[in-house]
Structures are given as C-alpha cells and as structure tokens.
Design a protein around this ligand. Structure first.
Ligand SMILES: [Zn+2]
Length: 239
C-alpha cells in the first residue's frame, strides 16, 4: 500500500467509524492544499470514493422525489483555483478597483488558492437538473421563493445530513467569511478531520507564490484574519 492509498484507507475508515471526530489526522499537506494526487472517482465530477458512494445514495433517494441532483463543481486543484483567482483579480482591476478592493471582492465567494474546501474531494456544488438552466445557476435567489432550485434546497435541508452532507456557508447572521451558498455541501465525516489537519499547517509556507495576483498583500495579518473569518467562518456542524 503506498502512502496515498494508506491515507485514503485511513480517511475511509475514519468516515465509516465515527461522524464526530475531533482528532486531526496525519494527512499529506499537498492533499489539503490541492497540490496532491488524491484518489478520486467519477466521470463528470470527481470526489473521494466514500464521498461519491454516499452522494450516489443521496442522488437515488432525491430522484424518487422528482429531484435530479446535478453536481456542477466538485474537486478543484490548486492550479485551477489559482486561475480563477487571477482571472477575477485582473477583471476587478480593469474596473478600476485597487488591489485591496479587488481582493475583498474576490473573497466574497471565491477562495484563496490553497484554502478551498473543494481541494479535498469532499465538497459539491449542486443544482437540480430538472428545470432548464438559464445563465448563472449558482445564485442564492434561484434556491428560494419561486426559484428553480427551491425544491432541491428544501429536500437537502431535510435529508442531506442523513448522507453526511452539511452546508458550510449558511444564512446564519453570526457567521463570518463567505456569503450564503445554498448550493455548496460538504461531506462532514471526512471534511471535519481534514479541516482539523488543515488548520495545523503554516499556510504562508504553502500557498503564497509570486504568480498569485495580489500576493504581496496576502501574507501576514491578511492571511491570519482570512483564516479566522473565512476558513473557520463555517457552520459549527463542520468544525
Ligand atoms: Zn462550492
């Protein structure tokens, strides 16, 4: 068994054995910041095996109620997140924003590369494949009132936890960091211990690089505050 297989087996055992682990695990930091080679499964979306298995069960159950859960985003590498970050930075700068304002705007919804929960293979962004897709699908109002994904949100609020999926970015007014994302679910049996391990890393050593736009502003106090407000600014069920 190689190191990655060992880690994946460990993760699987952890998830199956208990949901409320408060222990961190000895996980290769590269896997936590999106620079590793995790063992992922899937065709259109990529997830850790255990996450995918639980997702498939949830998908089948929802389908029986007429809801077709469709994953629009899952595993994302560091490089992918960096290209999203740099593209948004250039775009906001071209609108006349300062570097500081561009960064503040990006981190309303997007993460600093190396800090995305999507690096872990435990996260999904979902919509309902039933209604026709028009324009941007990941908008909060589409999940409420007369929006096309209201039935999906209501079903998930009632049942997602049975399958281990929890919402990190809730509407809770006391929560800091990223805005409300009714589409983003996290597979808690694995993402909880992964977060514990992640928070033990010295992130400044792992994620800052010259080719990251705005890099001179992203270290020191910014990073400390960002970890506190954004990385830890999730629903308490996932801490
Ligand atoms: Zn997401």
């Amino acid at each position: 068994m190689n190191r990655l297989e060992f880690i994946n087996t460990g993760l699987a055992l952890m998830g199956l054995s208990h949901y409320q682990s408060d222990k961190s695990m000895n996980i290769d930091p590269h896997l936590l910041i999106g620079k590793g080679s995790p063992k992922l499964v899937g065709k259109n979306h990529f997830l850790l095996t255990e996450v995918d298995q639980s997702f498939q069960k949830m998908h089948t159950a929802a389908q029986k109620q007429g809801i077709m859960i469709k994953v629009v985003s899952s595993y994302r590498s560091f490089d992918r997140q960096k290209s999203i970050w740099n593209r948004k930075f250039v775009n906001f700068k071209s609108q006349g924003m300062t570097d500081e304002n561009a960064i503040s705007k990006i981190i309303e919804y997007s993460t600093l590369p190396g800090t995305s929960r999507h690096h872990w293979g435990t996260e999904i962004d979902i919509i309902d494949a039933g209604p026709p897709e028009e324009g941007d699908v990941l908008l909060p109002h589409k999940f409420h009132d007369q929006g096309p994904y209201t039935a999906l949100r209501e079903w998930m609020e009632l049942h997602a936890r049975e399958y281990g999926f929890f919402l990190p970015y809730t509407q809770d007014k006391n929560r800091t960091g990223f805005k409300y994302e009714p589409w983003h679910y996290s597979y808690a049996p694995l993402s909880r211990p992964m977060l514990k391990s992640y928070l033990e890393l010295d992130l400044s050593q792992w994620i800052l690089s010259k080719d990251l736009k705005g890099s001179p502003l992203l270290g020191g106090v910014f990073l400390e505050n960002y970890i506190q407000s954004h990385v830890k600014g999730i629903d308490s069920s996932l801490l």
